[in-house]
Design a protein around this ligand. Structure first.
Ligand code: ATP
Length: 134
């Protein structure tokens, strides 16, 4: 099977680097499946899971937005934050979810509402990736 090299990079450093047969991401325009040899492309990403398939195994990385850059032999994901399943602290994500939900229920300020909504989406994404509910 042909493979493509995938790098997930954050301001804190590299999070993932491997050759895979297919990578799926949640772009702002919708789900994108990338196979080796794909035409060059740049796309903004949603908060979501990156799925990395090789043979029968699928690895997941939680990504908090960012950009996807595709070249025929290489896919780079530049994210503000990203974690592999092993690196996700589920208790922390659950606490972040509860904090965000509390803020959404009590705060009337628009800016705080948007911030809390994004924090909630990041937390739910980490929980889903950690529990493999993607
Ligand atoms: P929290 O309120 O728990 O900090 P957050 O969504 O505000 O969550 P971010 O600003 O997205 O956190 O990320 C800050 C840093 O902490 C990043 O390096 C990110 O990878 C890491 N991080 C955030 N939440 C978790 C988690 N549940 N498990 C592991 N790493 C996390």
């Amino acid at each position: 099977m042909k493979t493509v090299q995938v790098n997930v990079v954050t301001p804190d450093g590299p999070v993932y680097d491997a050759d895979v047969e297919m990578v799926s991401v949640k772009a702002q325009s919708g789900e994108l499946g990338i196979l080796p040899g794909h035409i060059p492309l740049v796309a903004p990403l949603q908060i979501g899971a990156v799925r990395l398939k090789t043979g029968k195994s699928t690895e997941l990385v939680a990504v908090s937005g960012g950009f996807l850059e595709v070249r025929p032999d290489k896919v780079t994901i530049l994210a503000q934050a990203a974690e592999t399943v092993e690196d996700i602290d589920l208790t922390r994500a659950q606490a972040a979810k509860e904090r965000a939900e509390e803020r959404l229920n009590t705060n009337k300020d628009d800016i705080d509402f948007k911030r809390a909504e994004l924090a909630l989406r990041r937390a739910m994404n980490r929980i889903n990736v950690s529990q493999n509910k993607i």
